[in-house]
Write a protein that binds this ligand. Structure first.
Ligand code: ADP
Length: 326
């Protein structure tokens, strides 16, 4: 609704500019042409120099008729320009404002999704406290249980806040890239998720190559933490994960392959969207997450001029491939 009035306002300004130019040209054309007609048919003109009063009247009439015709023509000409510039202006205004409108819609959707996600743990904390306050037989051990559960919800809130911060930071950070060793970046990410993998007794089969790339160390570590964390999170206990690095012409490809629950073909196109979570009901326990990890990963890859893609077979596993310029 707000954008409709902005379209009209912008169209009005476009038309105003075009009409200001057109009307000033028309006035100039009218003045020059009137002068020329006057000079051409005027008393100093050789044709009419020795003419009688009757001819003088005819001449004045002709001057007036010519100038009226000129006025009418210029009027229609300006009317046509007004109509064309209104149509063209509206079209141009829509084209100019479309990306801004889309960005604003995405921002609004993001804010709504983020608020919704923030409200869920807050509502859980509130409900638990309210129930506890109403319970007259609330014991010390009950209160410990309540605090533990509250703490879990607070942890979720912290994770969400951190993910939201990361999104904002990747968006605004356009710092200078440094030359860094990609294998060391992946190893650093691997060390961050190692404990999780150990807990599930997941085995890694890694093939690294030594290669340098230009990039931002912190965000690249973040990228591989997201991919490795997902691979572990969506894998069964005692399964295997492969990390394979390869040089392909000017690119370095890094494949992270798990043998976990996989992703349905109908979910696959959306997994890089913010807050998108595929149906994880196939797995036995509920897997925590906000659907922000892969969108952060994609943002980091885009920011480095690379590509990220995913292949998956439900029940068999998933493979994420990152292509980065070497
Ligand atoms: P989440 O916090 O839910 O893991 P992500 O953005 O990292 O958010 O992932 C989006 C969705 O993609 C996940 O909810 C999950 O359904 C699916 N997904 C991502 N990685 C994997 C994987 N390795 N195996 C199976 N599903 C995955």
């Amino acid at each position: 609704m707000t954008f409709k009035s902005t379209y009209l306002k912008l169209t009005f300004f476009y038309v105003l500019i075009v009409m200001a130019i057109s009307v000033s040209f028309s006035i100039a054309i009218y003045q020059i042409s009137s002068r020329e007609i006057g000079r051409g048919l005027g008393p100093q003109s050789g044709i009419f120099r020795n003419m009688t009063d009757d001819f003088e009247n005819i001449r004045n009439q002709q001057i007036e008729e010519s100038s009226n015709r000129l006025k009418t023509n210029l009027f229609y000409y300006n009317l046509a320009i007004l109509i064309l510039s209104s149509i063209g202006g509206y079209f141009l205004a829509r084209r100019t404002l479309k990306p801004i409108e889309e960005a604003m819609e995405a921002q609004n959707r993001f804010t709504a999704d983020a608020s919704h996600e923030l409200r869920t743990p807050l509502a859980a904390i509130r409900a638990e406290i309210e129930v506890a306050l109403r319970d007259r037989k609330f014991s010390f051990s009950d209160s410990k249980k309540l605090l533990k559960s509250n703490l879990e919800e607070i942890e979720k809130l912290e994770n969400l806040a951190n993910a939201l911060l990361k999104i904002a930071r990747v968006q605004e950070e356009k710092k200078d890239f440094e030359i860094l060793s990609l294998d060391e970046v992946i190893i650093e990410a691997f060390e961050k998720v190692e404990k999780l993998a150990d807990k599930k007794e997941i085995e890694f089969d890694n093939k690294f190559i030594r290669v340098n790339i230009k990039g931002d160390q912190q965000s690249l570590v973040e990228l591989f933490v997201v991919l490795l964390d997902n691979a572990i999170k969506y894998s069964q206990e005692k399964s295997k994960i492969n990390i394979l690095m390869k040089k392909e012409r000017n690119d370095i490809s890094i494949k992270i392959k798990d043998h976990g629950i996989g992703i349905k073909a109908s979910d696959l196109p959306y997994i890089f969207n913010r807050f998108y979570r595929a149906d994880t009901s196939r797995s036995k326990e509920k897997i925590d997450g906000y659907g922000l990890g892969l969108s952060i990963a994609k943002q980091i890859v885009d920011f480095h001029g690379g590509k990220i893609s995913a292949k998956s077979t439900p029940g068999k596993g998933s493979e994420f491939t990152v292509l980065l310029l070497s």
